[in-house]
Design a protein around this ligand. Structure first.
Ligand code: NAD
Length: 520
C-alpha cells in the first residue's frame, strides 16, 4: 500500500512538472493502471462522441489557417516543440516507464526518438519538393506540387505511447496539417503530457499557431471509430494490431480516405554458418527480450543454421535463465512487466499451444520475486520448435522467441517469409553473397531488412513500416512525408498554340473575332 501511494504521488508530481492540468487526470471515469505495480495512478475522462466531433471540427478550422503559414515557419513550430521535449525528456521518459512499463533507458529513448523526428521535420520544412517533368507539348511545363492534406487522425498503440504520435505529428505539422490523436486507452497520461508540451510550444510560437492544431481524444475504440468515420479527416494513421487495422483500413477506404497502417509484426532473424555468434547473441537478446517482447519489431522467430544451432541455443538458454527482471523504477533490471493480465494470459495460451505442437519451452512463467503481486512480470520464454506451426505464425505480444533449424539459405528465407506479417527481419552473416541475397528481390519480403543487427531499434531517418498484414504504411523518414500531403500535377501552357496530348486533334472553327484576340 505504501509503495502504491508513492507511485501515485510520483505520477502527480511528474504530470505537474509537465504542465498537465490536474482536472484532466483526476475524478474521471477511466482508471489508469501502471503495469509496474498494477496500481491505479489516475482517472482520466473519456471524450464523448460529441466532444470528439467538436475536436475534429476545431482541428479542421485550424488546418484552414495553418495551411497558409509558410512551411519553414511551420518548421519553427516543430523546432520549438523539439525544445520542449528536450527540456521535458527526463519527466516524460519516466512517465513512459510508469505507464507502459518500459525500462528507464527505453523510456528515455522513446522521448529521444520524438526529439529526433522533430529535428528531421524542421529540415524537411524547407524541402517539401515536387518534380518537374519534360512536357511532350511545345511551350508547356509539367510539374507537381505538394499541398497540405487536412486533418490527420493518429490512432496509437500502448507500447510506443508517445513516439508513434511524433512520427506522424512532426511531419504532419510541417506539411501544413492539423492532428487529432487517439492514444491507447492504456496510456492516456503520456498523451495528455505531450499535448501540454505542444500547447506550450504553440504559446511560444504565437498567434500563427491556431487553436485546434493539435487535439487529443481520450477513450477506447468507440472514440477511435469517430475519428475513423469522419470525412473531415482525410488521412488516418493507425498503429496497433492487425485486427484493428483490418477494421480501420476498410472503414477509411469506404469513405475514400487514406490510411497509413502500422500493424502487427512476426519478425525473424536468420543466423548463418559464418555469423559472428557473439555479436548475434547480443542483438538477439535485445531484439527478443527487450521491452519485455512488446515491440512491433520484437524478434519472435530465430532461424538458425544446423551447424551453429547447438552452440547458439546453449548460449541463449544461459542468457534467458539469468536476465534480470524487475520494476524498472526500483532496479536496473533489463526486463520490465507485461502491460496487463490479458497480455500474460495470451502468453500462457501461446506457450500451451507450442507445447501441444511439440515445442520445447524454457521460461515463460510468472516472475514474482520483489515485485508487486498485482503486476505481471514474466521470465522470457525460449521455445525450440521442429516446424513453423501453431502459435509461431501469429504475433503474441510477449517475450516468446521460437527457434527453428535450417539447412539451406533458400529454406531459411522461405521460413522467414512464410508468415502473414511482413514488418522486420535480419540476417547474421559474414558472407556477402548471403547478405545480398537476403536483401535482394528474392530475399526478405519485409519492410525492414537488416544485416548483422537485430530486428528492432529502427532509426527515424528511414521509412518505417511493413508489408502484408503489417499494413503497408510507412512513417518517419525518407519520403514518408508525402502521405501527409496531397499531390497536385500542374500543366502550364506558356505559348499561344493549344496542342493536345497524344496528338489528339480537336480543331474547332473559332469565330474570326476570337482568332483576332488570340493573335493580339
Ligand atoms: P490495439 O490494436 O489493441 O490498439 C491500438 C489502438 O487502436 C488503440 O488506441 C485502440 O483504442 C485503437 N482501436 C482499436 N480498435 C479500433 C477501432 N475499431 N477503431 C478505431 N480505433 C481502434 O493494439 P495494442 O495492444 O495497443 O498494441 C499492440 C499492437 O500494436 C501489436 O500488434 C503491435 O505489433 C502493434 N504495433 C505496431 C507498430 C508498427 O509500427 N507496425 C508499432 C507499435 C505497435
Amino acid at each position: 500500500m505504501a509503495d502504491a501511494s508513492r507511485l501515485t504521488e510520483t505520477v502527480q508530481e511528474v504530470l505537474r512538472s509537465l504542465g498537465v492540468d490536474p482536472r484532466l487526470t483526476e475524478g474521471g471515469n477511466r482508471p489508469v493502471r501502471s503495469p509496474l505495480t498494477g496500481e491505479i495512478v489516475a482517472h482520466v475522462h473519456d471524450s464523448t462522441a460529441q466532444e470528439a466531433r467538436a475536436a475534429i471540427g476545431s482541428a479542421h478550422e485550424a488546418f484552414l489557417q495553418w495551411r497558409k503559414v509558410p512551411a519553414p515557419r511551420r518548421g519553427e513550430f516543430v523546432r520549438l516543440l523539439g525544445e520542449e521535449l528536450r527540456a521535458a525528456k527526463d519527466d516524460l521518459g519516466r512517465l513512459v516507464t510508469i505507464e507502459a512499463g518500459k525500462i528507464v533507458s527505453e523510456g528515455l529513448g522513446e522521448v529521444q526518438e520524438m526529439i529526433d523526428i522533430c529535428d528531421l521535420a524542421v529540415g524537411l520544412s524547407r524541402q517539401l519538393y515536387g518534380l518537374t517533368m519534360g512536357s511532350e507539348r511545345a511551350d508547356h511545363r509539367l510539374q507537381e506540387q505538394w499541398h497540405p492534406a487536412g486533418v490527420v487522425g493518429v490512432i496509437s498503440a500502448f507500447n510506443f505511447p508517445v513516439a508513434v504520435w511524433s512520427w506522424n505529428a512532426a511531419l504532419a505539422f510541417v506539411c501544413g496539417d492539423a492532428v487529432v490523436w487517439k492514444p491507447s486507452e492504456k496510456t492516456p497520461l503520456t498523451a495528455l503530457a505531450v499535448q501540454a508540451l505542444v500547447e506550450r510550444a504553440a504559446r511560444k510560437f504565437g498567434p500563427d499557431a491556431p487553436q485546434g492544431l493539435s487535439r487529443v481524444l481520450i477513450g477506447a475504440r468507440e472514440v477511435g471509430e469517430v475519428l475513423v468515420e469522419d470525412a473531415r479527416v482525410p488521412v488516418v494513421s493507425a498503429t496497433g494490431s492487425t485486427a484493428m487495422g483490418r477494421i480501420v483500413g476498410q472503414k477509411v477506404a469506404a469513405r475514400f480516405g487514406r490510411s497509413i497502417l502500422e500493424l502487427g509484426g512476426n519478425n525473424a532473424s536468420i543466423v548463418t554458418p559464418s555469423a559472428d555468434l557473439d555479436l548475434a547473441l547480443r542483438a538477439i537478446a535485445f531484439g527478443a527480450i527487450g521491452t519485455a517482447g512488446q515491440r512491433c519489431t520484437t524478434l519472435r522467430r530465430l532461424i538458425v543454421h544446423e551447424s551453429v544451432y547447438d552452440t547458439l541455443v546453449a548460449s541463449l538458454k544461459r542468457v534467458y535463465a539469468s536476465v534480470s527482471i524487475g520494476n524498472p523504477l526500483e532496479s536496473d533490471a533489463l526486463v520490465g512487466p507485461l502491460i496487463d493480465e490479458a497480455a500474460f494470459q495470451g502468453m500462457q495460451k501461446a506457450l500451451a499451444e507450442a507445447r501441444a505442437a511439440g515445442g520445447k519451452v524454457q521460461g515463460g512463467e510468472r516472475f514474482t520475486e520483489g515485485v508487486s503481486a498485482n503486476a505481471f512480470y514474466v521470465r522470457p520464454a525460449l521455445v525450440e520448435m521442429a516446424g513453423q506451426t501453431g502459435p509461431v505464425v501469429h504475433e503474441t505480444f510477449a517475450p516468446i522467441l521460437y527457434v527453428l533449424k535450417y539447412s539451406t539459405l533458400e529454406e531459411a528465407i522461405a521460413l522467414q517469409n512464410g508468415v502473414p506479417q511482413g514488418l522486420s527481419s535480419s540476417i547474421f552473416t559474414t558472407d556477402m553473397r548471403e547478405a545480398d541475397r537476403f536483401l535482394s528481390a528474392t530475399g526478405s519480403d519485409c519492410g525492414i531488412a537488416n544485416v548483422n543487427m537485430g530486428s528492432s531499434g529502427a532509426e527515424i531517418g528511414g521509412a518505417f513500416g511493413g508489408e502484408k498484414e503489417t499494413g503497408g504504411g510507412r512513417e518517419s523518414g525518407s519520403d514518408a512525408w508525402k502521405a501527409y500531403m496531397r499531390r497536385q500535377t500542374n500543366a502550364i501552357n506558356y505559348g499561344t498554340a493549344m496542342p493536345l496530348a497524344q496528338g489528339v486533334k480537336f480543331d474547332i472553327d473559332a469565330p474570326a473575332e476570337d482568332k483576332g484576340s488570340a493573335n493580339a
